[in-house]
Design a protein around this ligand. Structure first.
Ligand code: PMP
Length: 310
C-alpha cells in the first residue's frame, strides 16, 4: 500500500476477534470484536477526530491560513489534531490537566504543539475554562471544543462505524465502549442503531466517574470517565453503564499484553472487562463489539505494565 501522507493512513484499522479459545468467559459460538484503534498513525482513535475537526473548521470558515487551533485535551485528541493541523500548516496550543501522561505531552510537542498546563484539582473542566480564556485572548484562533462540538460524534458516525458494518454486517448484538467526551460512543451507537434498533449499548467508565451515580473522584485509567454527563449521550437508549475499577482495568490491560501481545492503554483494558461481562450475559451466538482506543507505550512512565495487581 503506497500513501502520499501519513494522514492517509488514518482509519481502516483491523477488527480482532476473541472467542472461547482465548477467554473462557466467552460462550462457545459467541465472539468479541475489538477495533484496534491504537494502530492509527498517531496511536489513537482521536486521529479520526483531528482530521474531521480541521476539515469542518475550514468548511465552516472558522479556520483560515495561519489560524491557531486551541483545544483542551487529555492528550490523544491533541495528538490527532496536531497531526491534522501539521498537514494544513496550522499552529496548535493544547490545554492539558497536569496529571496526564508525559508521553502524550511529548508526542504533542514532537508534532509542533505548544502545551499549557492546568492544575490536576480543576480536572478537565479547568482545562476547558483555560482554553476558552486563551481563545478570547488570541484573535485569530479556533477552539473546536470536542466536548460540545457535534463534529466529534459525527467523525465516528462517518468513519469508524461504517467500517464495523462493512466487516460484520448488521448482526451486532452489543456495542461496548468507554466514554470520555462521549463522541466515539454516541457517534458509533447512532449509526448502529439506525441499522438495528434492538442493539444493546453499554457505556464503560472508571470508578470515580459519575455515569452510574457514583461520586466524582480521581482514577488512574486515562481517557475515559466524566465529571459531567456529556450532552452527546442525550436521547441514546443506553442499556447500562459498566463501572470498572482501576485494578480490574489495569489487570486486563496487562493480561492482554502478556498473553495476547496486544499493547494497549488502560481504557482498552477497561473496555475489554466490560465487553467480557456483556458477552457472558448473552446467549451463544452473540457478537459484541468494543474499541481499543490507544497504545500502551504512551503510559510507560506510569508503569502501566509493572503494577502489582496482575
Ligand atoms: N480512551 C482514550 C485513551 C482516550 O484518550 C479517549 C478520549 N478522551 C477515550 C477512550 C474516549 O473517547 P471519547 O472522548 O470519544 O469518549
Amino acid at each position: 500500500m503506497i500513501i502520499n501522507s501519513i494522514q492517509a493512513a488514518i482509519g481502516h484499522t483491523p477488527l480482532l476477534r476473541f472467542t472461547h479459545h482465548q477467554f473462557e468467559e466467552i460462550p462457545e459460538g459467541s465472539a468479541i470484536y475489538a477495533k484496534l484503534e491504537y494502530l492509527n498513525p498517531g496511536g489513537s482513535i482521536k486521529d479520526r477526530l483531528g482530521v474531521y475537526l480541521i476539515e469542518e473548521g475550514f468548511k465552516q470558515g472558522r479556520i483560515k491560513e495561519g489560524t491557531t487551533i486551541i483545544e483542551p485535551t487529555a492528550g490523544n485528541t491533541g495528538i490527532g489534531v496536531a497531526l491534522a493541523a501539521l498537514e494544513a500548516g496550522l499552529p496548535t496550543i493544547f490545554v492539558v490537566p497536569e496529571k496526564f501522561s508525559l508521553e502524550k505531552q511529548a508526542l504533542m510537542r514532537a508534532l509542533g504543539a505548544e502545551i499549557v498546563h492546568t492544575p490536576i484539582a480543576e480536572g478537565i473542566s479547568g482545562a476547558i475554562e483555560e482554553a476558552k480564556r486563551l481563545h478570547e485572548e488570541l484573535a485569530d484562533s479556533y477552539l473546536p471544543l470536542q466536548f460540545e462540538n457535534p463534529a466529534n460524534p459525527e467523525a465516528y458516525y462517518r468513519s469508524l462505524a461504517p467500517e464495523l458494518v462493512e466487516d460484520l454486517g448488521e448482526g451486532i448484538t452489543s456495542f461496548v465502549a468507554g466514554i470520555g467526551s462521549g463522541g466515539t460512543f454516541s457517534g458509533v451507537a447512532r449509526y448502529l442503531l439506525e441499522r438495528n434498533s434492538a442493539i444493546r449499548l453499554i457505556g464503560v467508565e472508571p470508578e470515580g466517574s459519575i455515569l452510574n451515580g457514583g461520586d466524582s473522584h480521581g482514577h488512574e485509567i486515562e481517557g475515559i470517565g466524566v465529571e459531567f454527563i456529556p450532552t452527546f449521550l442525550n436521547e441514546l437508549p443506553i442499556s447500562c453503564f459498566a463501572t470498572i475499577s482501576d485494578d480490574e482495568g489495569f489487570a486486563m490491560t496487562r493480561k492482554l499484553a502478556k498473553e495476547h501481545g496486544i499493547l494497549i492503554g488502560s481504557s482498552s483494558g477497561a473496555a475489554m472487562v466490560g465487553a467480557l461481562a456483556e458477552v457472558a450475559s448473552l446467549p451463544a451466538g452473540s457478537q459484541v463489539v468494543t474499541i481499543f482506543p490507544d497504545a500502551g507505550d504512551r503510559y510507560l512512565s506510569k508503569e502501566i505494565y509493572l503494577r502489582e495487581a496482575y
